[in-house]
Design a protein around this ligand. Structure first.
Ligand code: FES
Length: 284
C-alpha cells in the first residue's frame, strides 16, 4: 500500500520533467535512431534487450555478496574480480535501458519513473566502484560496506524497473495477447475502401490494417507493438508502415520490424481479392 502510493506520487512528480527532458535530449544526441539504437532496443532478439543485460550486474554482485558473507579471507581476490566484472557489465545494460527510455515520447509517467530508476542505478554503481577501490587498497571492511550500500541501491533500481515493465508496460509487446486469426479466409472490406491507401478494420475481433501500396495489397496488425500506436494514422514509406507515435517501421510484406524503437513485429495476414471484396487470413 505504501509502495503503491509512493509510486503514484513519483509518477505524478512534474518536478522531474526538466531533468527528464535534459537527459532524453542528451541520450538522443549521443544515440540517434539507427542500427545501433535498434540493436540496443533488442530488434535482433525480437524482444527487449535491457532485461537480459541487467541480469549480469545483479547476478555478479549477488556473487560478491555471497563471497563477502561466507567466503572468508581466502575469497577476497575472487570477490574483487567478480566485482570488477559486475562494474564492467553495467555499461551495456545502462545503454540498452537508456535507449528504450529515450523513446517513450509523450509518456511522461514512465519517463519520470525511468529517471529515478536510472539515478538509483548510478548511485548503486558509484558504491560498487568505491567498493572496488577500497578492496584494492586493502580496506576490505569498507569494501564490503560499500558493496552492501550498492546492493541497496540496486534493489531500489530493480523495484523501479519492475514497476516500469509490469505496472507501466514499457518494452512490452502490445500485441502479446492477440492470437493469429482468422485461420480461414474472412471478408474484411470492400476493394473500394482501400482507395485512401490504408484502412483499419476488425476481422474476427482483431484490428487489421489493410494497405494498398505501389499497386499491391497488404494486411497486417493495426496496433504498434511498441506502445500501441494506431498504425492507420501513420505513413507509408519504402514498403513499411511508419507508426505515428515514435516512428517504428514495420514491413508491410511480413510485419517484421525494419526500424525501432519497436523490437517485436506485428501480425501479418494473407490477403486476396474475391469479386469486389478483400479477404484476409492470419499467417503463422
Ligand atoms: S507506439 Fe512507439 S513506435 Fe509505435
Amino acid at each position: 500500500m505504501f509502495l503503491a502510493k509512493a509510486m503514484r506520487s513519483l509518477e505524478k512528480a512534474k518536478i522531474l520533467d526538466p531533468a527528464v527532458d535534459a537527459v532524453v535530449g542528451a541520450v538522443n544526441t549521443v544515440l540517434p535512431p539507427g542500427e545501433v539504437k535498434d540493436a540496443l532496443h533488442g530488434k535482433p532478439l525480437g524482444h527487449a534487450l535491457h532485461p537480459m543485460l541487467v541480469t549480469l550486474p545483479i547476478g555478479l554482485n549477488i556473487g560478491v555478496a555471497i563471497l563477502d558473507l561466507a567466503g572468508g579471507k581466502a575469497a577476497r581476490p575472487a570477490a574483487q574480480r567478480l566485482l570488477g566484472a559486475a562494474i564492467l557489465s553495467v555499461a551495456p545494460a545502462a545503454a540498452a535501458g537508456l535507449a528504450d527510455w529515450s523513446e517513450l515520447g509523450s509518456a511522461k509517467r514512465p519517463k519520470r519513473v525511468g529517471l529515478v530508476h536510472a539515478g538509483s542505478n548510478v548511485v548503486a554503481s558509484s558504491f560498487f566502484v568505491a567498493s572496488w577501490f577500497a578492496r584494492r587498497a586493502g580496506r576490505h571492511t569498507s569494501g564490503k560496506m560499500f558493496s552492501m550500500l550498492g546492493m541497496t541501491g540496486l534493489g531500489v533500481g530493480g523495484y523501479l524497473g519492475g514497476h516500469l515493465a509490469y505496472a507501466q508496460g514499457v518494452a512490452v509487446n502490445r500485441n502479446a495477447d492477440r492470437t493469429p486469426k482468422p485461420r480461414e479466409w474472412k471478408d474484411a472490406a470492400a476493394v473500394s475502401d482501400l482507395e485512401a491507401g490504408m484502412v483499419r478494420v476488425e476481422v474476427s475481433g482483431q484490428p487489421v490494417l489493410l494497405t494498398r501500396h505501389d499497386g499491391e495489397l497488404y494486411a497486417t496488425g493495426a496496433v504498434c507493438s511498441h506502445m500501441g500506436g494506431p498504425l492507420e494514422e501513420g505513413e507509408l514509406e519504402d514498403g513499411c508502415v511508419v507508426c505515428p507515435w515514435h516512428g517504428s517501421h514495420f514491413r508491410l510484406a511480413d510485419g517484421e520490424v525494419e526500424r525501432g524503437p519497436a523490437s517485436v513485429g506485428i501480425l501479418s495476414y494473407d490477403v486476396r481479392v474475391s469479386g469486389d471484396r478483400v479477404e484476409v487470413r492470419a499467417r503463422g
